[in-house]
Design a protein around this ligand. Structure first.
Ligand code: KG4
Length: 344
């Protein structure tokens, strides 16, 4: 049988990434060109700049990736691309490149949801056991998803306002920590976590499995601004705010996830998205869930952030189900995980 060789493109935010995956498992190429240092001076992702950098970099990243391992681009059997959600201009660059390559090579185009990618990144560690619950915690999303068979997503809880990652980033900015703020907060606290003092923060309580971060974020930013005005924001206080925010944010997520795991009879907990790199979250997941009752999958750090391998992995499943993108596919900045209208 002919090998399945997927070329995947990811450009939804501030990484231009290309991957080539053979038969769903064998990683031939994983190139990630990050723009983080360019956005740092703005304290966050500057969307116009992201689009321009994707445009400048994508051909270089594609040709560099194709030059690796000396394999022949004519062996590519499918082209996959992130079509949403993400920054509108950034997504368009990847989709345009993918459409052009798939037309040129005359191979099918596979449209992939970014968050499906973050979930299925875990399959580079272990195959999924269904039914499972996936926790997606990223810069733009905080979702609890029930999955009973491959790619069958049911969102049972989501943030009703801001995402966990963007809220961490905004708090970090008010603490004068560099972008990406979630990473800075983690770095600051992880080595001495237990010895850092905590500040009492209000508890968020919403019905069901929904989450909320906006109120907590505004509350903390207000406290920090007040400390700055009074000149009382010591390094010890910065540490205390950083730790308290991590604890409050992560505990809210995991409390809901634990509740959901009791209602849904699941075999596995899967964590994904940029915030899944957080040291406190990674430790806490193992503390809360009994490994003897439910398998826990947390991606290795290399695939917690945006990459194209995770997109190729989802494409591999879509190909098995013969879900090929429509010819007039576009980019969809607000695409829902359970939207299947994009396939033929
Ligand atoms: O999934 P991702 O790379 O991009 C998308 O949003 O799609 O997630 C980026 C988010 C940022 O908000 C960043 O601050 C956060 O993930 N993040 C972290 C850590 N690493 C990345 N947050 C907390 N702890 C980390 N170690």
């Amino acid at each position: 049988m002919k090998d399945e060789i997927i070329l995947a493109i990811e450009s939804s935010c501030d990484e231009t990434a290309i991957a080539i995956l053979k038969n769903g498992k064998e990683i031939l190429v994983n190139t990630v060109n990050t723009q983080i240092s360019e956005h740092q001076k703005f304290g966050g992702v500057y969307p116009e700049l992201a689009s321009r950098l994707h445009l400048e970099n994508i051909s270089k990243v594609v040709s560099y990736s194709l030059s690796l391992k000396g394999f022949d681009y004519k062996d590519i059997t499918h082209v996959a691309v992130t079509i949403g959600p993400g920054l509108p201009g950034a997504l368009q660059i990847g989709v345009m490149a993918a459409k052009t390559i798939s037309e040129y090579l005359n191979v099918p185009l596979i449209a992939v949801h970014h968050l499906a990618g973050h979930i299925y990144a875990n399959e580079f560690v272990e195959d999924f056991k269904y039914p499972l619950l996936a926790l997606v915690a990223s810069g733009g999303n905080s979702d609890i998803v029930y999955i009973d068979k491959p790619l069958n997503f049911k969102i049972i809880g989501e943030t009703i306002d801001d995402a966990i990652g963007e809220s961490l980033d905004k708090i970090a900015r008010s603490l004068d920590l560099p972008y990406p703020g979630g990473v800075s907060i983690d770095k600051l606290t992880k080595d001495n976590f237990d010895n850092i003092k905590t500040i009492t923060l209000p508890k968020v309580s919403l019905p069901g499995y929904d989450l909320s971060y906006s109120g907590l974020k505004s509350h903390v930013v207000r406290l920090v601004e007040e400390e700055k005005r009074k000149g009382t924001l010591s390094q010890e206080k910065v540490l205390a705010y950083a730790k308290s925010v991590e604890v409050a944010f992560v505990n809210q997520l995991l409390y809901k996830l634990e509740k959901a795991s009791v209602e849904y009879k699941i075999k596995m907990i899967v964590v994904g998205g940029g915030v899944s790199a957080n040291s406190y979250l990674r430790r806490k997941v193992y503390e809360i869930f009994d490994k003897n009752k439910v398998d826990i999958l947390i991606p290795p750090l290399w695939c917690t952030t945006d990459n194209a391998l995770m997109i190729a992995k989802v494409a591999h499943h879509l190909i098995k189900e013969n879900k090929i993108a429509k010819i007039d596919i576009s980019s969809y900045p607000n695409l829902q995980l359970d939207d299947t209208s994009i396939y033929n």
